[in-house]
Design a protein around this ligand. Structure first.
Ligand code: ATP
Ligand code: MG
Ligand code: MG
Length: 360
C-alpha cells in the first residue's frame, strides 16, 4: 500500500513525509511526544513509547518498510522489529554503531579513516590517563544521546582541578542529556568543518551530494554552504571515506558524515548520523532530488536520484526567535523558506531554515 513507517516525529520526519507524498507514498509516524512537527503531514500517527512491543508490532504490520529520523531509537526495538520480519532501513549495525561515540570512532578507524585521539573515561583516573594520551585542550563528551553539542565539556589547557572538572562534567551531562560523560577527545585544531550526505540503495548503488561547509554557533549548526572551500583532492577523499562507511555498514538510506578539515587538507571524521542530516537541507533547493526524497527512494527500493547540484547554496538555520521574521525572509528572491510548525520558540530550538541559492 506504499506506506513508510517512520520512528521519530521531528522536523526531519516531517520533511521525509512531504518528500514521500511527492512520490505518491504515505507516512505513518511513530513518536512518543504528544505534539510533534511530523504529525501535521502524516497519513497516520502512533503516539507510544519506542519500547512498547505490542504497539511496535501493530505498527510494523501496517507499514511496508520502517525507517527512523533520529539516531536514539532504542537498538533493542529495532532488533525486535527486525525479528518480527519488518524491513528496518538503515539496519541495526548502522544504528548501533552511531549510538555510541566510542564504538563509532573504533569503526571509523577500522575502515582506515582518522578520528580525533580518544580515550574511554568512566572515572577520574581514566580522565587523567586520557589527558596524557590525547593532550590538552580536550573535550569530554557523553558516549550516548548527545546532540547540538549538548553533554560536552571542554577541559582547558590551564585546568588544574581535574576532580572538580570531572564532577561538573557529570552533573552537566546528566542535566543536559541524561547520561554521564565517558569519552575524552583531543581537541582538533580544524580549519573548517564539512559534511557529506550520501545514499546507498539495497543493491549497493551509491550516490553522494557535494560536500557542504558547516559553521556552528554555540554548538548548533548555523549555516551549510556549497560549494565548500576545499580542494578537489579533499573533496575526493571525503567522498571515498563516506563511500567506505556506507559499504561497510551495509547501509540502506541516506547518511550524513561530519568531518574536520585540517590546515593541510587532511580529514578527521567527527561523527556520522544514520539519517537525513541538517547539513543536507540545502539539497531541497539546490538539487532536483533532495536528501529527503533520496532517503525515501533508497528505503523503498526506488532507483536513486541524481545528486547533482544545479545551484550554489547557503542554508541557514532559524534558531529560537529567528523564525519570527519569516515574512521578510519569504520576500527574498531565490530563497527557499522552510518552517517546521513548532508551536513554541525556545532558545536553541531549530524552528526552520532558509536556503539562498545563486548561479553556480
Ligand atoms: P550534532 O549531532 O548536533 O552535530 P553533537 O552534539 O553530536 O552535535 P559534535 O558533532 O560531536 O556534537 O560536536 C559539535 C561541534 O563541536 C562540532 O561540530 C565541532 O564544531 C565541535 N567539536 C566537537 N568535537 C570536537 C573536537 N574533538 N575538536 C574540536 N572541535 C570539536
Ligand atoms: Mg551528533
Ligand atoms: Mg555533530
Amino acid at each position: 500500500n506504499g506506506t513508510i513507517g517512520i520512528l521519530g516525529g521531528g522536523q526531519l520526519g516531517r520533511m521525509l513525509g512531504v518528500a514521500a507524498a511527492e512520490l505518491g507514498l504515505k507516512c505513518h509516524i511513530y513518536c512518543p511526544d504528544e505534539r510533534a512537527p511530523a504529525y501535521d503531514i502524516a497519513a497516520k500517527t502512533t503516539i507510544a513509547s519506542y519500547t512498547d512491543q505490542d504497539t511496535l508490532a501493530a505498527f510494523a504490520a501496517e507499514v511496508d518498510v520502517i525507517t527512523y529520523e533520529f539516531e536514539n531509537v532504542p537498538a533493542e526495538s529495532v532488533a525486535y522489529l527486525t525479528g518480527l520480519g519488518a524491513k528496518v532501513r538503515p539496519g541495526a549495525k548502522a544504528l548501533e554503531t552511531s549510538q555510541d561515540r566510542l564504538v563509532e570512532k573504533q569503526f571509523v578507524n577500522t575502515i582506515g579513516a582518522k578520528t580525533a585521539a580518544f580515550h574511554p573515561v568512566d572515572d577520574l583516573s581514566a580522565l587523567k590517563d586520557g589527558l596524557e594520551k590525547v593532550g590538552r585542550p580536550a573535550i569530554l563528551k557523553t558516549r550516548r544521546f548527545g546532540y547540538d553539542g549538548k553533554g560536552q565539556t571542554r577541559i582547558k589547557t590551564t585546568e588544574t582541578d581535574l576532580s572538580a572538572a570531572f564532577e561538573k562534567a557529570i552533573a552537566f551531562a546528566w542535566e543536559e542529556v541524561g547520561a554521564a560523560p565517558s569519552i575524552l577527545e583531543g581537541f582538533v585544531p580544524f580549519e573548517r568543518e564539512i559534511s557529506i550526505i550520501g545514499a546507498r540503495s539495497k543493491d549497493g548503488q551509491i550516490r553522494l551530494y557535494d560536500p557542504a561547509e558547516n559553521v556552528h554557533r554555540d554548538g548548533i549548526l548555523k549555516t551549510s554552504s556549497v560549494p565548500a572551500t576545499i580542494t578537489d583532492q579533499t573533496a575526493e577523499n571525503a567522498r571515498a571515506i563516506a563511500t567506505k562507511m556506507l559499504q561497510e555498514l551495509d547501509y540502506v538510506g541516506v547518511m550524513g558524515v561530519e568531518f574536520f578539515v585540517l590546515k593541510d587538507g587532511d580529514l578527521i571524521v567527527n561523527e556520522y548520523a544514520p539519517r537525513v542530516h541538517n547539513s543536507g537541507h540545502w539539497t531541497q533547493d539546490a538539487c532536483a532530488i533532495s536528501q529527503f526524497e533520496q532517503h525515501i527512494r533508497a528505503v523503498t527500493g526506488w532507483p536513486l536520484g541524481d545528486p547533482r547540484r544545479h545551484s550554489n547554496a547557503v542554508m541557514e538555520n532559524l534558531i529560537g526567535d529567528e523564525a519570527h521574521n519569516w515574512r521578510a525572509l519569504a520576500s527574498e528572491p531565490d530563497t527557499g523558506v522552510h518552517l517546521y510548525g513548532k508551536r513554541e520558540a525556545r532558545p536553541g530550538r531549530k524552528m526552520g531554515h532558509v536556503t539562498r541559492i545563486t548561479k553556480p
